[in-house]
Design a protein around this ligand. Sequence first.
Ligand SMILES: [Zn+2]
Length: 143
Amino acid sequence: MVDKLYFSMTELLHSDIADKYNINNMPTDKKHYDNMLDLIHYVLQPTRLHFGRVDVACYRSYALWNKLKQLGFNPAKDSQHLKGQAVDITVPSRNLKDVFKWMKENIEYDQLLYEYDSKGNKWIHVSYNKGKNRKQAIDNYKA
Ligand SMILES: [Zn+2]
């Protein structure tokens, strides 16, 4: 899956936690698919073409959101992941700070966050909101 050049919707809908707990992570609103196609087109595909392997966690149905909350992940209430507008990415072969910098200079986005948590995990949260992009970048955001 990860060495494929072009993104598929399957990658954006995949969630290890949804699989593990048998949770339906399919969108209920057609708009969510449109949002994910925008993410692929404007954000993810250019990033993968530049860096190669890019791992993603994107869509969260309400059922998945509830499970994440139950498990103590503290998901944001108005999360753009719920609408398919946001994706968390990691790039195993690169320093994530360099990826953040490249995305900030080369990608059109709504929010671009270099996020980390107390367990030492780090990732880039990036969202796209067609026609309403705020261009907000934060290079040190505690989840
Ligand atoms: Zn995120």
